[in-house]
Write a protein that binds this ligand. Structure first.
Ligand SMILES: Cc1ncc(COP(=O)(O)O)c(C=O)c1O
Length: 409
């Protein structure tokens, strides 16, 4: 086996290799992660390690990842525009599809302009490290996604984390820092990715106005799903035109790949000039851009409205079923429904036993969630049938009783 250089141990006077030891300690703590093989498409039932299972842990909420219209759009784009984009856009130029997608996103979000990024992770790290710098303040919800945390760290701004969705705490922190010069940026997930609850956007909008802050909302899990027209959590909360930067992803409900910022022309021009993940990375390729445009067309159509209704109905049926069985769904308000378990090993055991019954759900452990709050993160799809949902609830209840997560025999 290849030997890697190690860390100097002054006691023994030698270099010791630590990767293996660290992996061992992850294993011992039940925190080791590995990936599985899925054959074929990402639909509501998948072939996992050679066996058909019900998929209950995908962010493909509307089932668009294998939708014929998106596939057709991608194939046509490859035929017309080729496979690769060749370079970053500031280097080899925009392709027509970049511009068409950005126009589509700006119209969808009701903003002056939009900019596409290569992933949600790249968008958050790029946007936040561009708009904030030394001397600025970032107010960030404690449960914000890791990409927001990393973007804030990269920015070198002072990061002030407020308790999850605690508007009283946030107001106090804004008050305490009122006299500080520099930009103030409040950043929040629209839908919290591991809890499935919603940010209090109306209150955040009021606070940002009162304290002269900028508000950025990461709507990775709301885009395409929430609000009458699927515009996201800001539409649901009636504050579409009050958010300074809408960030969203194209690889979840929209079934494609990539992410965006939608904002004023001034902010978008600023990001083009300052967001390093945009400037220094090869841009999204034609097939992905075309699939995203087709996804917005679908989300805006009556078929899209039906998918949203179906997803909402499935989410309610699932949550009601679990709560009636005695589970704690941790305040979920959306299609992301956590099932609280507690310990890491117990959670992974729960997930394994469900897989034995043909239900694929991931256990979520630290560092993704705090120690002691491990959970199954269940996600519903519009393409699950009512029978699928009933079957999943019954299996989770049975394993939950067996493991003592809920009472009963
Ligand atoms: C809230 C949130 N923001 C950003 C991301 C990153 O998006 P992407 O998977 O496109 O990198 C995710 C998803 O994993 C997320 O849950």
């Amino acid at each position: 086996m290849l030997k890697h250089p190690g860390v100097f141990n002054p006691k023994e006077g030698v270099f010791v290799q630590t990767f293996g030891e660290e992996l061992e300690s992850l294993r011992a703590a039940g925190l080791f992660r590995s990936m599985r093989l899925v054959e074929g498409e990402q639909s509501s039932r998948i072939i996992l390690d050679g066996r058909e299972v019900l998929l209950l842990c995908s962010n493909n909420y509307l089932g668009l990842a294998d939708h014929p219209l998106l596939k057709e759009a991608a194939i046509r784009a490859v035929e017309r525009f080729g496979v690769g984009s060749g370079a970053a856009r500031l280097v080899s130029g925009n392709m027509e599809l970049h511009l068409r997608l950005e126009e589509r996103i700006a119209a969808f979000k009701g903003t002056e302009a939009a900019l596409v990024f290569n992933s949600g992770y790249a968008a958050n790290t790029g946007i936040i490290s561009a708009i904030a710098g030394r001397g600025d303040l970032i107010f960030s919800d404690r449960l914000n996604h890791a990409s927001i945390v990393d973007g804030a760290l990269l920015s070198r701004a002072k990061v002030i984390r407020y308790s999850h969705n605690d508007m009283v705490a946030l107001r106090r922190l804004l008050e305490e820092n009122r006299s500080t010069s520099g930009r103030r940026i409040i950043v929040t997930d629209g839908v919290f990715s591991m809890d499935g609850d919603l940010a209090k956007l109306a209150e955040l909008v009021a606070l940002k106005g009162e304290f002269g802050a900028l508000l950025m909302v990461d709507d990775a899990h709301g885009t395409g799903v929430l609000g009458e027209h699927g515009r996201g959590s800001a539409e649901l909360c009636g504050v579409m035109d009050r958010i300074d930067i809408h960030m969203g992803t194209l690889g979840k409900a929209l079934g494609s790949f990539g992410a965006y910022a939608a904002a004023s022309e001034e902010i978008i021009d600023y990001l083009v000039n300052r967001a390093r993940s945009f400037i220094f990375s090869t841009s999204l390729p034609p097939a992905v851009l075309a699939a995203s445009i087709a996804a917005f067309d679908l989300v805006d159509s009556p078929a899209g409205a039906d998918l949203r209704k179906g997803l909402a109905a499935n989410s309610t049926q699932f949550k009601d079923g679990l709560e009636n069985a005695g589970f704690n769904t941790m305040g979920s308000e959306t299609q992301i429904v956590p099932v609280f378990v507690g310990g890491a090993e117990e959670t992974m055991e729960f997930s394994r036993k469900l897989l034995d019954q043909g239900i694929f759900v991931q256990g979520i452990r630290p560092p993704t969630v705090p120690v002691g709050s491990c959970r199954l993160r269940c996600t519903l799809m519009a393409t699950h049938s009512q029978a699928d949902v009933d079957r999943a609830v019954a299996a989770i209840a049975q394993v939950g009783r067996q493991l003592g997560v809920i009472r009963g025999t």
